[in-house]
Design a protein around this ligand. Sequence first.
Ligand SMILES: CC(C)(COP(=O)(O)OP(=O)(O)OC[C@H]1O[C@@H](n2cnc3c(N)ncnc32)[C@H](O)[C@@H]1OP(=O)(O)O)[C@@H](O)C(=O)NCCC(=O)NCCS
Length: 184
Amino acid sequence: MGHMDPVELSDERLLLRLPTEADVDEITLACQDPELQRWIPVPVPYGRHHGAQWVRDTPRSWAEDLELRWVIVESRPDGTSSGPLGAIGLHARDATMREIGFWAAPWARGQGVMTAAARLVCHWGFTELGLGRIEWWANVGNDASRRVSEKLGFQFEGTCRHRILHRSERVDGWVAGLLPGDLR
Ligand SMILES: CC(C)(COP(=O)(O)OP(=O)(O)OC[C@H]1O[C@@H](n2cnc3c(N)ncnc32)[C@H](O)[C@@H]1OP(=O)(O)O)[C@@H](O)C(=O)NCCC(=O)NCCS
């Protein structure tokens, strides 16, 4: 851990880049979604200033090597790209382990966006950061997130009672782990 310079990641369809002020309205709209609020501890109600703060904090989050995070956009054939379809990040846990976290905007779900984005991030984490393990945690019952983790090769490791603090309430947590040889 230490200082990190931001990087962009891409495949033939998606670009992962740092969020900008121009993304704030769409991030704020996505974070109104009750399903997102159910599983992610974003502020509720979620105001535009929360989206703006998240965007503003991102360069520092990289510089201080806290959460390395991106917005996910779709590249178009004409060279332009969509607005944000979601966000993804790797939280620092120890020198060679990080925890992945993500959300997709409701209008972008069910099209393989998060599976592809998380694959890029995990691959980069192993090859460029030299990680030895990536963890996935979710509130018990978050089947869509668990399915994404499974498709990437995360091995489900169990349920930890009252492991997660979700808006002041202790809830049971699911955990899975991905080692370098597991990623698919
Ligand atoms: C989890 C989330 C990021 C997935 O994003 P996505 O871009 O739709 O993911 P993908 O399209 O790559 O894959 C979703 C998979 O979950 C499955 N799925 C979706 N809803 C599901 C549900 N309610 N139960 C079980 N599986 C579900 C899809 O069928 C798909 O699997 P498949 O390819 O085998 O059909 C998105 O649902 C989301 O933002 N949820 C709210 C926020 C959240 O929970 N974040 C994670 C916190 S740990």
